[in-house]
Design a binder for this molecule. Structure first.
Ligand SMILES: *Cc1c(COP(=O)(O)O)cnc(C)c1O
Length: 397
């Protein structure tokens, strides 16, 4: 059993804050500062360039990939980290399209995160030749998977509503129709149990700075199923994905297996922070996280619905159909969220009208849920949100 009071003690959370935005940026693991300082002083400072060998910097992307792999049901040596999620989306899509050369359609849904859609559009434009992105409503995705679809590009958990797709079922449908399944796990990794192997996923990508707590700008990850590992051709064929980077050959030969999905020099300091966070994740079972997350989200929904009749639940009511976040709609959602943040309850706002709250059992418990409900109830009852300063939109919402 995971000891959540022990994991909670391993995070720094500012006094007076109820942090319900770990789905967007995880908080600081207390050990991260010392770990990053050690990497800076003892490794970068003392070893200089020899750190790539002596401190094992070069192996970090695959070593860390394996640690994340355990949390998402990936086979050993099928996950590597680096770059940003947008880049990893592009990489997975480009390889997947090349593996299904007679088809031209990337299928996604209108609940997907816009960056994934933008990357797909950009890739189609570069490829020309009739490639196109098709989007349908989330509930229509399954029916839209037909023989024209080359690749399905689906984000398992909707960033706005928390609605969760059935990965096993959609992957099976994709395969039955001859399509390749690319999954985005941005709001799944560290939030819910994922079984990439069991689902038969072909490619998957995700980020480390949300539920995995690697800090702002932490690197993304990519998974390639073992059956494709030697067939997938990287479109972003950088030198660190080459079979022999230090042979400095003039032409590209893909590296062994998942190593070929590396592109360029990895962010060593950010990876050091991520390793400090993964030390916490090593003590955690995803099934325990899920059970706890459902308790917390159910408690929050019940509390808010009892106290705030003008907020409309935007997330699925059935916990089996949602990830680890709860969203409510209100036309003044932005101002309400600013009023909450001013009172120490940090969630976020997603246009046009969504108040989003993430529940992260590693460091959130009943006391935070009840505290957030009480403050939200007061903000709504007394219309505390109705002040001009809460209506001025910041750059990041
Ligand atoms: C958070 C998120 C992103 C962000 O991509 P970055 O390149 O890391 O900025 C992309 N896609 C999805 C589905 C996300 O949830």
């Amino acid at each position: 059993m995971t000891d959540f009071s022990a994991t909670r003690a391993l995070f720094h959370l500012p006094d007076g804050v109820i942090y319900l935005d770990g789905n967007s940026l995880g908080p600081l693991p207390k050990a991260a500062a010392a770990r990053v300082a050690r990497t800076i002083e003892a490794e970068w400072g003392e070893m200089l360039i020899t750190g790539w060998n002596k401190a094992g910097w070069m192996e970090m992307p695959s070593r860390i990939g394996n640690r994340i792999g355990r949390l998402i049901g990936a086979e050993p040596d099928t996950v590597v980290i680096g770059d940003t999620l947008s880049i990893k989306v592009y990489q997975a899509l480009a390889s997947a399209l090349e593996m299904n050369p007679t088809r031209r359609v990337i299928l996604s849904d209108t609940g997907n995160f816009p960056s994934d859609l933008y990357m797909a559009e950009g890739l189609c434009r570069t490829l020309g030749n009739g490639y196109r992105l098709k989007t349908v409503a989330p509930e229509e995705v399954e029916a839209a998977i037909d023989e024209t679809v080359a690749v399905t590009m689906i984000t398992e958990v909707d960033y706005r509503t928390g609605r969760k797709h059935d990965m096993g079922r959609l992957t099976a449908k994709a395969h039955a129709k001859g399509a390749i399944a690319v999954w985005d796990l941005a709001h799944s990794a560290g939030a819910i149990p994922v079984d990439l192997k069991g689902a038969g996923a072909d490619f998957a990508v995700g980020c480390s700075y949300k539920y995995l707590n690697s800090g702002p700008g932490g690197p993304a990850f990519i998974y390639v199923a073992p059956r494709h590992a030697e067939a997938a051709r990287p479109a972003l064929s950088g030198w660190l994905g080459h079979e022999a980077p230090f042979a400095f050959d003039l032409s590209y030969r893909p590296g062994r297996g998942i190593e070929r999905m590396r592109v360029g020099t990895p962010p060593v300091l950010q990876m050091a922070a991520l390793e400090a966070s993964l030390d916490i994740w090593d003590r955690v079972e995803m099934a325990d996280i899920r059970a706890r997350s459902i308790e917390l989200t159910e408690r929050f929904i019940a509390g808010v619905e009892a106290a705030c009749p003008t907020l409309w639940l935007a997330s699925p009511r059935n916990p089996a159909e949602r990830g680890s976040q709860v969203s409510f709609r209100h036309p003044e959602g932005y101002a309400i969220m600013q009023a909450l943040i001013a009172r120490g309850v940090i969630g976020d706002f997603r246009a046009p009208d969504i108040l989003r709250f993430g529940f992260t059992p590693l460091y959130i418990g009943e006391a935070e849920v009840d505290g957030a409900v009480a403050i939200l109830a007061e903000v709504m009852d007394k219309a505390l949100w109705d002040r001009p300063e809460y209506k001025v939109r910041a750059r990041v919402t």
